[in-house]
Design a protein around this ligand. Sequence first.
Ligand SMILES: C[S@@+](CC[C@H](N)C(=O)[O-])C[C@H]1O[C@@H](n2cnc3c(N)ncnc32)[C@H](O)[C@@H]1O
Length: 203
Amino acid sequence: MIRLDDRLSAIVALVRTDRRICDVGTDHALLPCRLCELGAASVVASDINEGPLRSARANVEKYGFGDRISLVRSDGLKNVPPCDDIIIAGMGGELIAEIIAGCGFVTADTRFILQPMTKADVLRRSLYSRGFEIMLENGAFSGGKAYTVMLVRYTGEKRTIDSGFAYFGLNTDPRYTARVNSQLRKLANSDPSLLDIIKGEDR
Ligand SMILES: C[S@@+](CC[C@H](N)C(=O)[O-])C[C@H]1O[C@@H](n2cnc3c(N)ncnc32)[C@H](O)[C@@H]1O
């Protein structure tokens, strides 16, 4: 069994294994391999760089999923065939937002599983301004750091979100709240109004 850390496990937990799946920026392809272990029949593992695709190929061969995982070199979703569940993890929130903006095959049933390393606030604002909504968010804790993992769908209803929602989203995990609070305290040096949205006991 492939063992994933808490961050990658939280991503896997939100993917529908009976759908067409794509992992954008797959790097090591451990997510696609684990999804195949869980029964996925069709996974595209894509990356913009040849180096990560080499390491992806090595893992796909090691775990014997060459018949179910297609390796594709692609900038974002440009060369990726239509998929139902799209994972974009381990990148900055701005890049994730850009990749989603370039997706040409979104339907009401498409799901995005997103895990931004930075700028989650920029990603949330971009999602809502383009007619997406966050269905749920879970916390994950790996290597001493708290992360958020989002499940997102397209509704077509474009909305502006407030700063509180932009920074915390639907994530109520106290470790994530503490991480965002500490980020807000730093940002408050140039925008003191951000101190007003700090949450919980830290306030
Ligand atoms: C830090 S790794 C994350 C790997 C994995 N998704 C994870 O969460 O552990 C980021 C990967 O995204 C790839 N990447 C960066 N920009 C990309 C883009 N525009 N399109 C596709 N892949 C990209 C990089 O080559 C790298 O392999």
